[in-house]
Design a protein around this ligand. Structure first.
Ligand code: NAD
Length: 294
């Protein structure tokens, strides 16, 4: 499993075609590659985080409810780490070190048993989990509170809030046993400010912020750091779930006057997963083009 500096082609968003020398994220004592799980990594922000962590040298478990999109993210990472595969299509199926850079795992984060199975599957395959990024989420319907069916409230809370709790609950015993780990929860600026016509989403994301602060204090002296990020509107497929009017409202609140890019969130998460993040826990990191005022 030992792996030194990697020669690789950057993944799609990291500078197509450019060959770079990337250092592996390795534990100093064993030189084994670190493992990260990113939920909801079949699309959008999660896919960008997975690609970024792979470029940082992590072995990445691409976890998503849609196995086909998770497989596509994993395939992109593998071919980026093994550039010869692009010119030798008959070798694409071969296993090798590059294929260990990423693999897909099926999970429904709203189901505790499914999340536990995801953690067990990754541990069986890699023997370690250094970072868990609880990113999977949905926007839910755009509607006023009194028009929203209670079932929609429950659906959004189950994925966006309970899913984060299940992830923390399942991975923490392993991280505490090792005395090391990073958890990054993807919340939203909606959780700080509240977006109209997005009550379940805003409430779930506020819950993720509170959960992050509370869990972080439970493990603060045990080598496990727990933080969250609060992006404003980021250009991903999730925006197809909400009305154009709602997107315009969100962009109008951003001083930089534009949507964010998934890679901009991924860069922040990359740091939060790293050893360089060593004195920040239970903290809320904005990626909002200046929207957040606290
Ligand atoms: P996206 O729709 O592009 O990706 C979400 C991914 O989560 C998809 O691959 C989807 O299949 C997966 N997913 C959905 N339900 C799942 C479940 N039950 N179990 C496992 N996987 C599931 O959306 P995105 O914009 O990349 O959002 C990622 C995260 O970022 C979400 O938590 C979202 O709330 C948050 N966020 C997004 C924005 C934005 O403007 N895009 C802003 C702030 C926060």
């Amino acid at each position: 499993m030992a792996r030194g500096a990697q020669t690789l082609f950057c993944a799609a968003n990291g500078g197509a075609g450019a060959r770079e020398q990337m250092p592996s994220q390795q534990t100093p004592e064993t030189h084994e590659p670190r493992t990260a799980i990113v939920t909801g990594a079949g699309s959008g922000i999660g896919a960008a985080i997975a690609e970024r962590l792979a470029r940082d040298g992590y072995q990445v478990a691409i976890a998503d409810i849609h196995g086909d999109s998770a497989g596509r993210t994993a395939a992109r990472i593998i071919s980026a780490g093994r550039p010869e595969a692009a010119s030798l299509p008959d070798q694409r199926g071969q296993s090798g070190p590059a294929d260990e850079r990423a693999f897909a795992v099926s999970v429904d984060v709203s189901q505790e048993e499914s999340v536990r199975a995801m953690i067990a599957t990754v541990l069986e395959r890699t023997g370690r989990i250094d970072a868990l990024v609880n990113n999977a989420g949905i926007a839910g319907q755009s509607a006023a509170t009194w028009e929203l069916p209670p079932g929609e409230w429950e659906r959004v809370l189950a994925i966006d809030l309970s899913g984060v709790y299940y992830g923390c609950r399942a991975v923490l015993p392993h991280m505490l046993e090792r005395g090391s780990g990073r958890i990054v929860n993807v919340a939203s600026i909606a959780g700080k400010e509240g977006n109209p016509n997005a009550v379940p989403y805003s409430a779930a994301k506020a819950g993720v912020i509170g959960l992050t602060k509370a869990v972080a204090k439970e493990v603060a002296t045990r080598g496990v750091l727990v933080n969250c990020v609060t992006p404003a509107v980021i250009e991903t497929p999730i925006l197809q779930q909400v009305s154009d009017e709602h997107v315009r409202y969100m962009v109008s609140r951003i001083p930089m006057g534009r949507t964010g890019r998934p890679e901009e969130v991924a860069a922040l998460v990359s740091w939060l997963c790293s050893e360089d993040c060593s004195f920040s826990t239970g903290a809320v990191f904005d990626c909002s083009g200046g929207r957040a005022t606290y």
